[in-house]
Ligand binder design. Sequence first.
Ligand code: DGL
Length: 271
Amino acid sequence: MKSDNRPIGIFDSGIGGLTVANAIRKALPSESFVYFGDTAHLPYGDKSPDSIRSYAAGITRYLLSKKCKAIVIACNTASAHAFKTVVEICGKDFPVINVIDPVAVYTAEKFDQCQVGVIGTKGTIQSRLYVQRIEKLNPKLKVISNATPLLAPMIEEGFFNNSISRTIIRNYLERTNFRNIKAIILGCTHYPLIAKEIKEITGPHVEVIDSSKVVAAEVKAVLQSRGLIHNGAALPRHHFYVSDKTEAFERSTRIFFKEKIHLELVRLWDK
Ligand code: DGL
């Protein structure tokens, strides 16, 4: 069997994308990866598309310099605004996986003739990419999207599974336009951590779509179809880089990756 032991490159605006890295680690336990969290520019949700494209370009070049065999954009906001930029830098034959398209396909295939909701950062929701992609794949679906900008910082501060988080989540989800949805897409890589709380509010008849699992399955399928899977002969090695390092970031990694991580500082934008 063909084997490729180069790492998978994964990046996000910060540490939220570690939920995707964790799902990839579960789906592909033999693979190594290089994670880059752009903590110096966090949050991406409020930045202009041009700025996000410029950050993503720098990170992509860095991941390519680390000999990555594929790149996963583990951030919805960067997927919405910088996917084309990343593909242009990598070349059209290089595997680049964003977090929006696999979820759009999953949703369009699974649901029909109903309404589905999407929540995410202002940048992701304003791009209207989820709406366009899903309604193009399945014109009988109606996609309703609402920006929920307080959720990512709330989670990063460790506020979840408590009365404050429940109040904020409930406030966002009880908007009238969400009343008849059959599914809700967690359009931000921080949100898997509040999936249970969301489910408690939406009830059993609304599927909560955790994009980290859908994306990990897509990464596996892409690597398999291109003969890029690692055969598992050596133990995987992961590296976690950030563009700004604080103790708080390192502490929060445990929330997102389920174990303590050592973050390495790389000042990509300094001369
Ligand atoms: N992880 C980012 C996303 O999925 C959200 C956080 C941010 O605004 O940078 O969109």
